[in-house]
Design a protein. Structure first.
Length: 272
């Protein structure tokens, strides 16, 4: 009989393979954690600078998009940084601007700053290729501004879906007008009247101008007050420039707000 060769033990090899897999997983987790930690540190520094630049009472929300962060940091080129601040007040007596509940957004495309400078908070040399900025003016401010002329209550903002959307000759061109529907209440001789107003908003000298074409009342016997209500709702809302000094170039009606937006190129992250 021929003696059989004993099989080689496989347990040791199997354990070694499992150990290598676990080691790779642990290293991967540590690298990801380190990447997120670096990103968080960078976001904190940008938030501090943006609080000063935008004159906010607290740090805005900052998110550096893109993974891995470390690769962007080594290049000194952060492809997309999102900055968000909500409930921002703007008061400028000289320009007669008094808004109390703005949402401010800025998308920074290709922010260029060395990692060591960013983590040290030294962003004096940081530049941004393009900033897309916007502000949202909400119904709360609209209601307050309208009340300066005629008593309004519970005003809401919606797109006017009765108006068919037409395709512009240049789809990339900024939209300078948009159809709007305003709903709310007013008081006539002690009687609460529900109204629905239809019209459009237009971009005029960097501000939003509301123009009302038609008003429907729940009490048709009061139609004589329609011209007065139309004039009272013809409000111009000027929030000033957008984040980083961008000039407003487009308007939009969203559910609950008006949106002004624009772009600016080749700007410093902070004022020099």
């Amino acid at each position: 009989m021929t003696a059989q060769t004993p099989a080689r033990p496989r347990k040791k090899k199997s354990r070694r393979g499992k150990f290598l897999i676990i080691t790779v997983i642990v290293l991967g987790v540590l690298l990801v954690a380190a990447d997120f930690a670096l990103a968080a540190a960078g976001e904190y520094q940008i938030a501090q600078r943006m609080r000063e630049k935008l004159q906010l009472s607290e740090d805005p929300s900052v998110r550096i998009n893109g993974f891995p962060f470390t690769l962007q940091a080594l290049r000194g080129d952060y492809q997309h940084v999102e900055i968000r601040a909500y409930g921002v007040p703007i008061r400028n007596e000289q320009q007669n601007v008094d808004l109390r509940d703005l949402d401010v957004e800025a998308d920074l495309l290709h922010t260029r700053v060395e990692l060591a400078d960013l983590l040290a908070g030294n962003v004096s040399k940081a530049t941004i290729d393009t900033v897309k900025g916007s502000v949202r003016i909400k119904a709360l401010d609209l209601n307050r501004l309208a009340n300066q002329v005629t008593p309004f209550d519970k005003l809401s903002i919606e797109p006017d879906n009765r108006v068919a959307t037409t395709t512009p000759a240049d789809p990339k061109a900024p939209k300078t007008t948009a159809a709007v529907k305003l709903s709310g209440q007013t008081n006539v001789a002690g009687k609460v009247v529900t109204l629905t107003a239809y019209g459009q908003i237009a971009l005029v000298s960097g501000a939003i101008q509301i123009n009302i074409d038609d008003i429907e009342l729940d009490d048709a016997s009061l139609k004589q007050i329609v011209p007065q209500l139309r004039q009272a709702l013809a409000i111009k809302i000027d929030p000033g420039t957008l984040p980083f000094g961008a000039t407003p170039t487009a308007v939009e009606v969203e559910s609950g707000s008006f949106k002004l937006s624009g772009e600016i190129a080749d700007v410093p992250l902070v004022q020099r």
